[in-house]
Design a protein around this ligand. Structure first.
Ligand SMILES: [Zn+2]
Length: 90
């Protein structure tokens, strides 16, 4: 029973780190996206390969524009502007 308890704890910790800590504090990319409807630009932070949607759509993401609220498909790979939080500071 002890072995199962340790195994379950590891899975829970791994899940927590992968889905909560990594997207927030780990290395991520920033893309400068341009809404085709309201013609306004905005920054989008994303983690490569961290979500199921990125596997389904590849380099394209379906996002809601923060200004007009319309959902569009954006190419986040070609619009990438910085590699990580650290790189953005300099
Ligand atoms: Zn828009």
């Amino acid at each position: 029973m002890d072995f199962i308890y340790v195994l379950v704890s590891f899975v829970v910790i791994g899940f927590f780190v992968f889905f909560i800590l990594l997207p927030r504090y780990g290395p991520h990319y920033v893309s400068k996206l341009f809404c085709p409807i309201c013609k306004r630009g905005f920054n989008f932070h994303w983690v490569p390969g961290a979500t199921l949607t990125s596997l389904r759509y590849g380099n394209r993401r379906r996002l809601k524009c923060p200004y007009c609220g319309q959902v569009n498909t954006f190419d986040i790979a070609s619009t990438r502007v910085s590699k990580s939080k650290a790189a953005q500071k300099t």
